[in-house]
Design a binder for this molecule. Structure first.
Ligand code: 3PG
Ligand code: CO
Length: 553
């Protein structure tokens, strides 16, 4: 039985309006031409930095600080927002899948058992992101699963991959496809009928999120399930090389692999088993719904095959979706959002579609919906669809700033929480100029929110979930930009391992409140206790320690 009542903070008052601003993809890095945050005019964020060390500091946002397997793992929005909201560090999907594969437990669980019922007569389809980025999936996990599934009875396997170029370098897809082709050839030698069946770029095929554009999922469905696509090839490596002439890895059009009679080699049909092998939820939930829900009206599925479907993880704990899964997700319980709502904190959360679930679903421990609709209001501002964000780098920053401002000025909320997407979404395009525009727009949105906090005598907490825009190039060990053999700068589209800033302030923050100096390794998980304190509460005992102290004058 959870006791939801939070103790009163001995020194900090209640009743202040707190703005919580998460800048997506906004890390701290040395200034140079490829640090778009440095290059951009970011007067507001620069002024916050002047408050160091008492009101501004850096916190860790990657690796084990956010529950990832190693310190080489860059941060990402899922684990970042989980840590920010939950106030504790949970072993995350990447790690849990590693453990389940290493111990072999993955083959003993309910999920594998369920799909293996189809192995005798049906095909096992594996759908997911082909990448070693470790954000949504990992190549080595797919390799182990292929091997393990065949050893546990799968006789016919089809891989449907999405190419990355977002969490890893553009162009790396070719090597990943070669690796998988090689593994499949090895399986064929052992008598398993194993092949690639379809493919496409993650941003154009299948991996949409937060219902931004169902057309993306439909394109994938047509290729994966119906075996129909505008491009047909007999070889997947050739397919990717050819399609890359007109598109990058993120945006490759869908294609299917066909046999000598021009027939797709791996549509999904009645009696088959399907596994979506991404461990991360946001960009798999839409496909999971299409695969699992009998009633479904988001696009015409044409055919709804009777399959046994399992996710690598369960992607949504509230919807229990999918109902079968190979590995149990991290049990992120007792999040700060839930505690605060129980303690009467009226909460407003807002972002644009592409990040909306970050500041709600991920923040609340991968749980959709409200804890208490009477106290909470979540506002989604529709993102532009069908456009790469380098062409629209200001995105909806202004609109988010305005909605947050209005929420603050309304006095109807105690916490106003936003995610401002620009640094990340434009950073992922690899367009340096556009990312600079993006950072300026994000900074202006922060200003709008801080101005509102000033008016109501409130408090702000400004931080980020992981790095991205502060480094747009790959570098050598000495930090110098790397060039390819044609003398082209090697662009970094991915996140980074840099720390992120956190700043506190506003008229409601007593002059005696400042960052402690005894949590030098503090990370994103320390933020929840900090925010609870600013609302006038002491955080639960097992939360990571607060970053602030109240000094005696
Ligand atoms: C994406 O899904 O866009 C990237 O793989 C990760 O970005 P995010 O973690 O910032 O959402
Ligand atoms: Co990102």
């Amino acid at each position: 039985q959870v006791s939801w009542k939070l103790e009163d903070h001995p020194k900090l008052p209640k009743g202040k309006t707190i703005a919580v601003v998460v800048l997506d993809g906004w890390g701290e890095n040395k200034p140079d031409d490829y640090n778009c945050i440095h290059v951009a005019q970011t007067a507001t964020m620069d002024s916050l930095k002047q408050g160091a060390p008492e009101k501004w500091r850096l916190i860790r946002a990657h690796g084990t600080a956010v529950g990832l397997p190693t310190e080489e793992d860059m941060g990402n929005s899922e684990v970042g927002h989980n840590a920010l909201g939950a106030g504790r560090i949970f072993a995350q999907g990447a790690k849990l899948v590693d453990l389940a594969l290493a111990s072999g437990k993955i083959y003993e669980g309910e999920g594998f058992n369920y799909i293996s019922e189809s192995f005798e007569k049906g095909t096992l389809h594996l759908i997911g992101l082909l990448s070693d980025g470790g954000v949504h999936s990992r190549l080595d996990q797919l390799q182990l699963l292929l091997k393990g599934a065949s050893e546990h009875g799968a006789k016919r396997i089809r891989v449907h991959f999405l190419t990355d170029g977002r969490d890893v370098s553009d162009g790396s897809s070719v090597g990943f496809v070669e690796t998988i082709e090689n593994d499949l050839a090895n399986l064929r030698e052992k008598g398993v009928d194993a092949r690639i069946a379809s493919g496409g770029g993650r941003m154009y095929v299948t991996m949409d999120r937060y219902e931004n554009d169902w057309g993306v999922v439909k394109r994938g469905w047509d290729a994966q399930v119906l075996g129909e696509a505008p491009h047909k090839f007999t070889n997947a490596v050739e397919a990717v090389k050819k399609l890359r002439e007109n598109a990058n890895d993120q945006y490759l059009p869908p294609f299917v692999i066909v046999d000598e009679h021009n027939k797709a080699v791996g549509p999904i049909v009645d009696g088959d088993a399907v596994v979506t092998f991404n461990f991360r939820a946001d960009r798999m939930v839409m496909l999971a719904k299409a695969l699992e829900y009998q009633d479904f009206d988001k696009f015409d599925r044409v055919r709804f095959p009777k399959i046994r479907y399992a996710g690598m993880l369960q992607y949504d704990g509230e919807l229990k979706l999918p109902s079968h899964y190979l590995v149990s997700p991290p049990e992120i319980d007792r999040t700060s959002g839930e505690y605060l709502v129980y303690n009467g904190i009226r909460t407003f959360a807002c972002s644009e579609t592409v990040k909306f679930g970050h500041v709600t679903f991920f923040w609340n421990g991968n749980r959709s919906g409200y804890f208490n609709p009477e106290l909470e209001k979540y506002v989604e501002i529709p993102s532009d669809i069908g456009i790469s964000f380098n062409l629209q780098p200001k995105m909806k920053a202004l609109e988010i700033g305005e909605r947050a401002r209005d929420a603050i000025l309304s006095h109807k909320f105690d916490q106003v929480r936003v995610n401002i997407a620009n640094g990340d979404m434009v950073g992922h395009t690899g367009d340096i100029q556009a990312t600079t525009v993006a950072c300026k727009a994000a900074d202006e949105a922060v200003k709008m929110i801080l101005d509102a906090i000033e008016q109501v005598g409130g408090i702000y907490v400004v931080t980020a979930d992981h790095g991205n825009a502060e480094d747009m190039v790959k570098r050598d060990k000495c930090g110098q930009p790397l060039y390819d053999k044609n003398g082209q700068l090697q662009i970094l589209t991915s996140h980074t391992c840099h720390p992120v800033p956190i700043a506190i302030g506003g008229p409601g923050l007593g002059p005696d409140v400042r960052f402690r100096n005894d949590v030098p390794d503090g990370g994103l998980a320390n933020v929840a206790a900090t925010i609870m304190n600013l609302h006038g509460f002491v955080a639960p005992n097992d939360y990571e320690p607060t970053l602030i102290q109240v000094v005696d004058n």
